[in-house]
Design a protein around this ligand. Structure first.
Ligand code: NDP
Length: 282
């Protein structure tokens, strides 16, 4: 009988790494696909990032994720970027293709895939809260998926204006920055509302967006990037007003689905991955 004890390797480089649940959902996907692959959750300090990438190359890793604080810094160690990662200027998934390490960004792609299960963003008007890394990824992918108009509502003007310029210059969408001063009212033509700020993230679960929830009409689809807890105060308020909602677990699971597809060429069952995360009782 022949054996193959050489497991194809993937993983994650981040700091801190201990609270990152991605390993649980990716290894659940490998098991469901019947693959004898591994995903290693690695704590990598910024000054060791180059060594870590060289190590992954040397050991023939099939790919890896980069999380905080490496999403921009990793780019100089790669051989190329996918089209949307190039516009976003940040990478969270690296894929080994023909011996070259190519950087992709699946944060926004995962978000759009989760949203598309509820609403097609084509031609839609979007209110986007936030202008940080997650917001950039979500906005660029929404625009490339056909969203037509954006109001970028951000507290800091610099990041808000930078994101608006990025969208107007690199995508077919038109975008405006709104300085977030006091309670924001959702405009009547808004069709999709997205929280891409860190407001509501564990342990600050009672924090809410400074938003007049009564301006959420039932036709509006409300999405939250926060996955812990999955049912944020924003989503609770939206559901109470009859809105359809998309939670941050959908974004997390779908970016994992896309990563596994890039690495293995196979499509895992998103429900298996979501169940693996839910079993953690985040
Ligand atoms: P950044 O630090 O890059 O950006 C944070 C954003 O939140 C900024 O726009 C910031 O505004 C805004 N913000 C933070 N606190 C407040 C506040 N009190 N009032 C108003 N605005 C505020 O973080 P990321 O973009 O990387 O991540 C944001 C969130 O997205 C994270 O909490 C993470 O959980 C989530 N995320 C989820 C993923 C998933 O798969 N579900 C994937 C990636 C991220 P300002 O510019 O004014 O400071």
């Amino acid at each position: 009988m022949t054996h193959d004890f050489l497991q194809p390797l993937t993983g994650s480089f981040a700091q801190p790494a201990a609270e990152n649940p991605t390993v649980v959902m990716i290894e659940a996907a490998y098991r469901q696909l019947g693959l004898n692959w591994r995903y290693l959750n690695c704590e990598v300090a910024p000054k060791r990032l180059g060594d870590a990438v060289r190590g992954a190359r040397a050991m023939g890793w099939r790919g890896f994720n980069c999380s905080i604080p490496h999403k921009v810094a990793v780019i100089e160690h790669l051989d190329g970027l996918g089209p949307s990662a190039q516009i976003i200027g940040a990478v969270n998934t690296i894929v080994c293709r023909d011996d070259a390490l190519i950087g992709e960004n699946t944060d926004g792609k995962g978000f759009v895939k989760a949203l598309q299960e509820v609403v097609d963003p084509r031609g839609k008007s979007v209110v986007l809260f936030g202008a940080g890394g997650a917001a950039r990824a979500v906005a660029v992918e929404l625009a490339l998926a056909g969203a037509a108009r954006f109001q970028v509502v951000n507290r800091g003007a610099d990041r808000g204006q930078a994101l608006v310029a990025l969208l107007n210059e690199n995508t077919p969408a038109s975008a405006q920055h709104v300085a977030w001063r006091g309670t924001y009212r959702i405009p009547e033509d808004a069709e999709i509302v997205v929280n891409a700020t860190s407001i509501g993230l564990y342990p600050d679960v009672d924090a809410t967006l400074d938003l007049d929830f009564d301006t959420l009409r039932p036709e509006v689809v409300v999405a939250d990037g926060i996955h812990n807890p999955p049912l944020t105060r924003l989503l609770q308020a939206a559901q109470a007003r009859g809105c359809r909602t998309v939670d941050g677990l959908g974004m997390l699971v779908n970016q994992g689905v896309i990563g596994v597809e890039y690495w293995t060429g196979l499509s895992p069952d998103p429900q298996v991955m979501r169940d693996a995360l839910l079993a953690l009782k985040l």
